[in-house]
Design a protein. Structure first.
Lengths: 150, 495, 360
């Protein structure tokens, strides 16, 4: 290798410099791209687990219920005809189906096996063995929030 | 302070009279007077054992001087009142040695057992227990429980208990919510009817509730607490020897324990699950008739019962006098329903009545429905497997997992929807699940793709770094060779 | 283009006298001998520290301390933030490689007796940085607030608590209370991102300045000047520096490969009321100590086994740290065999106990 002549040397050196420069640029790219992507705020801007914003109080109808995603679990927010708000785990205690509010019956109802829970989450009919876990509903001004019972 | 002295004096008096029994002056006089107590006492087991009136009432039974015999100084206390009644009985009946001296083989500790039960709760006066020994056993004509004239003899005990328990006014004072129709219902039960006919082997109150330590049904230790009921019933019903003369199976408990209900109640302690009494009734225990089975099951499985009632099967089952739920699901050993129940295969329950030649419409529907439910299950499993794979690859798929719940729910709903025996309705439910499953599948596939994208990204980055490293290496070598030629630096390098 | 660069250089040079710095670097030489390879580990450790600083700052953008949020925010970083998984995995992996590189660097310096006069201070700052590095690892381990970290921290702080007299107050200080709780997490977070980096940076500055001023140490046994063999050297700039960069590139690639193929797991969220899961193990670099404490019998001559173990380790670490001050022979330039034997014993012991810890 030591007998390389100067001419070859020069030609090679140019090529090497090109590769080195291009490699450096590409390497910078492969570092900057993930960094830039990382710095870009994600779709869901914040960690949301200990409490979830449901919406405006005025937008929640009386005598209705809605399923809200809480982390990986569904939560049912029910509002009585009188306007009182309650939130429960929406997972039926029988076989883990998702419960819903039945306006006609005025109960929280599981479509799978006709389990029924009252407005306090207590199992009142059908196969559910125990009441639904309750969540806390907080009304901050107009905003309705659901958080874990502590 | 006072009580131990009284007890001690009773014991002393009792001991004394045991040996001086030959001349029971109390009885002699009272018999001559012809009073009710002494008349009854003649047939009392205690009289037969030579126990004097003073054994319970105190006093001196050796003297015919009334003044002296019934002198308080001699321990006379007349008719014991309240808890003293039971304590007087317990003085001997809770003392094994003393009982033995009378040649008794009775168990001891009834007083203690009574105290652990509901009847030892304070009475209204707040000073004594609800029931004393004499409440059930009587006072002067006490005979053995095996004696047909005993108020606690199996044929009589139901009436004895009902004396209080069927008395609305009386029960009202203790537990207003407790029903008072137990005896009435009991008489409609198989147990009660046989009992009325003189069969002392069938269950009466004490068979299930216990005799002395009767506890409230809400008491975990009660024999009639929900989780204890199956074992209580099986005491007799699983005893093949005992049940021989009745000619009924004795494997109910064994089969029940294997059923979904048995597992839920006995293993998971899910009090919502039915025990024997939830289907058969408790005091009015009887097997539900063909007509009533679907109503009994429908108390919990209401949706299924409703759907079934509206289904074409209702008419057919009624015509053939088939018990509704039981025909397909069995009775005691009801196991979790699987897809195998449905369809046209020989093990499917549908094929018992439907075949390609016989009732072919149902046969076709059964086949189609089975196919649908199988495909939904497969789709759900497939989606779940993909999610697991994605998760195992370190991808976060919490959201898709959340959505997959809906597919599972649709599957569970479809299993209920089967009971409508309506192919269209069933297809709708299944379709909902299928579309969710395919959505989740897509999400999972995307996540897995992302995983491979990361590897490709790494590959590209590695390639770039490798090129850069190699060219840097070559650059260093070139540089050092140049340095060697020009002698700019210390020539030798470690190559 | 070339003009721009040289103009910029001139502009800077007029103001901050770059010339002297370049001259200094140009005159700096790195000895070349068959043990030269060990010189690179210091650089690798430095590089990994830089990686930690960068990825650590990046994680700070999304991480939230606190019992309620710590675990969830890491989950968030791993799933929702683009390339969050990469940054977090690299931070975790680089942390481990950092300790590994630092330990190798430390042992190579030890066996080459590079700590001997005049480099006592370099050794001392290096050892302090190694301890700090372990502290970084220990505090950082808890930050995701997962089950394993929770119990490892519990055990780790328990061990600190057995030190006679100062143990109990130390335990309270570390935990921010009697038990490992949200308060501990806040504390560890503070130590990890503010207190320790500050101290570390000062120590690192001193360490690097000393290295630059004193140059690389040459091992005694390759000191061929006595034998009349000319010393071979390599210019620090650009030769050695470029090699350093080459190695750093490779280390970076290794990090990326590890992060992609073996993403750092998050596990399950810590539940202070749950019972400890099986397989609670400290980070591997604490394993030999942990295992030793397990092996020592409960009572050794009226002394609590654990206390004895902790004290022994304390003394051993202290002696190790002040070695340049008692190894007089090496300082005089003589060959001290005892040091080699002690070193081999320590390496063997640490390896054996670490392996035992994983196997048992």
């Amino acid at each position: 290798m030591n007998d390389n002549t100067g001419a070859v040397h020069e030609g090679k050196r140019d090529l090497l410099k090109y590769i080195l420069g291009a490699g450096l640029v590409a390497w910078l790219g492969s570092i900057v791209y993930p960094l830039a992507a990382y710095l870009k705020p994600p779709r869901q801007a914040e960690v949301e687990v200990s409490s979830v914003k449901v919406g405006k109080l005025a937008e929640i109808e009386k005598d209705s219920g809605a399923i809200v995603r809480f982390g990986n679990k569904p939560v049912i927010l029910v509002r009585s005809a009188a306007g009182e708000l309650r939130a429960f785990s929406a997972t039926c205690t029988h076989l883990d189906c998702t419960v819903q509010y039945r306006k006609d019956l005025g109960v929280i109802w599981c479509a799978c096996h006709n389990g029924k829970y009252d407005f306090n989450g207590k199992n009142i009919a059908g196969p559910p063995p125990r009441p639904l876990d309750e969540y806390r509903v907080v009304v901050q001004g107009e905003e309705v929030l659901i958080s874990k019972q502590s | 302070m006072k009580r131990p002295m009284i007890v001690a004096s009773i014991v002393a008096v009792l001991c004394f009279h045991v040996f001086a029994v030959a001349a029971d002056k109390c009885f002699v006089c009272h018999e001559a007077m012809g009073d009710k107590a002494s008349t009854l006492f003649k047939r009392d087991i205690h009289f037969a054992k030579g126990i004097s009136c003073s054994g319970c009432h105190g006093g001196n039974s050796n003297t015919d001087d009334m003044q002296e015999a019934m002198d308080k100084a001699n321990g006379f206390r007349g008719a014991p009142k309240g808890d003293d009644v039971s304590k007087a009985c317990a003085a001997c009946h809770s003392d094994g040695v003393k009982m033995k001296s009378f040649g008794s083989r009775l168990p001891t500790g009834q007083w203690e057992a009574l105290q652990s039960g509901v009847h030892a709760k304070l009475s209204l006066s707040g000073k004594e227990h609800i029931a004393q020994c004499t409440t059930c056993h009587g006072a002067h004509g006490i005979v053995s429980v095996s004696n047909a004239s005993s108020p606690v003899y199996p044929l009589n005990v139901v009436k004895t208990c009902a004396r209080c328990h069927a008395d609305a006014a009386y029960m009202q004072t203790y537990n207003p919510s407790l029903p008072i129709d137990q005896l009435e219902k009991y008489r409609t039960s198989v147990h009660g009817m046989r009992n009325a006919k003189g069969d002392s082997k069938t269950a009466e109150c004490a068979s299930c509730h216990g005799s002395h330590d009767i506890r409230s049904a809400n008491d975990l230790k009660s024999a009639v607490y929900a989780t204890n009921i199956p074992a209580t019933c099986s005491k007799c019903h699983s005893d093949a020897e005992y049940m021989k003369s009745y000619n009924i199976p004795t494997d109910q408990f064994e089969r029940y324990a294997k059923s979904v209900h048995g597992l839920a109640l006995l293993q998971k302690h899910d009090l919502g699950a039915p025990a024997c009494n939830n289907c058969h009734g408790n005091h009015g225990a009887t097997p539900p008739g063909v007509e009533s089975i679907s109503k009994v099951c429908g108390t919990c499985h209401a949706l299924n019962a409703d759907l079934f009632s509206a289904s074409p099967h209702k008419k057919g089952f009624d015509a053939l006098k088939l018990p509704e739920c039981e025909t397909c699901h069995g009775n005691h050993e009801i196991v979790a329903a699987t897809n195998e129940l449905l369809g046209t295969a020989p093990e499917a329950v549908c094929s018992r009545c439907h075949s390609a030649s016989e009732r072919p419409k149902g046969y076709e529907a059964a086949g189609a429905m089975r196919q649908l439910t199988d495909s939904l299950e497969a789709a759900e499993q497939d989606a779940r497997a993909l999610l697991d794979e994605a998760e195992q690859k370190g991808m976060e798929v919490g959201e898709a997992k959340f959505t997959l719940r809906d597919a599972r729910q649709a599957r569970l709903e479809s299993r209920t929807a089967v009971h409508s025996f309506n192919e269209k309705k069933f297809t709708e439910t299944v379709a909902k699940g299928l579309s969710t499953a395919s959505f989740v599948r897509q999400e999972a596939t995307n996540a897995i793709d992302e995983y491979y994208f990361r590897r490709i990204g790494l590959g590209v980055a590695s390639l770039i770094i490798t090129i850069l490293a190699v060219s840097l290496y070559l650059f260093i070598r070139r540089l050092e060779r140049q340095q060697a030629r020009t002698g700019t630096h210390n020539p030798q390098s470690n190559q | 283009m070339k003009n721009l660069w040289s103009n910029l250089y001139v502009w800077l040079d007029e103001r901050v006298q770059l010339e002297s710095l370049v001259a200094f670097m140009g005159k700096k030489y790195v000895p070349v001998h068959r043990h030269s390879v060990w010189y690179y580990f210091g650089g690798v450790t430095l590089f990994l520290f830089i990686v930690q600083v960068i990825t650590g700052i990046l994680l700070l953008l999304y991480y939230k301390s606190g019992e309620e949020l710590a675990f969830e925010s890491i989950q968030f970083i791993m799933s929702k933030v683009q390339f969050g998984w990469l940054i977090r995995s690299i931070h975790s992996w680089a942390a481990n490689l950092f300790i590994l590189a630092a330990v190798i660097h430390m042992f190579s310096v030890y066996f080459e007796r590079a700590y001997r006069k005049p480099r006592e201070l370099t050794w001392l700052t290096g050892m302090l940085m190694l301890f700090l590095g372990m502290g970084f690892g220990f505090s950082g381990y808890l930050l995701p607030w997962n089950e394993l970290a929770f119990f490892a921290t519990k055990v780790g702080t328990d061990i600190a608590g057995v030190v006679p007299f100062i143990g109990k107050p130390m335990l309270i200080f570390l935990r921010g209370g009697e038990e490992v709780s949200g308060a501990t997490l806040s504390r560890f977070f503070g130590f990890h991102v503010a207190v320790m980096p500050g101290i570390f940076t000062v120590l690192l500055g001193i360490h690097l300045i000393l290295v630059q001023r004193q140059g690389m140490s040459e091992p005694l046994h390759t000191d061929r000047s006595e034998a009349g063999v000319p010393r071979t050297t390599m210019p620090f700039f650009p030769n050695f520096l470029l090699r350093d960069l080459l190695l750093w590139l490779i280390v970076l690639n290794i990090l990326a490969i590890l992060a992609v193929f073996f993403p750092w797991e998050l596990g399950t969220k810590a539940d202070p009321f749950a019972s400890a899961p099986a397989g609670i193990a400290p980070e591997w670099y604490f394993m030999f100590m942990f295992q030793t404490l397990k092996i020592i019998p409960a009572k050794v001559l009226f002394i609590d086994g654990e206390v004895l173990g902790v004290l022994l380790f304390g003394v051993a670490f202290l002696l190790w740290t002040i070695i340049p001050f008692w190894d007089r022979k090496s300082a005089r330039g003589e060959h001290n065999r005892a040091i080699t034997y002690i070193g081999l014993f320590v390496v063997g012991y640490v390896l054996l106990l670490t392996i035992l810890g994983w196997v048992l």
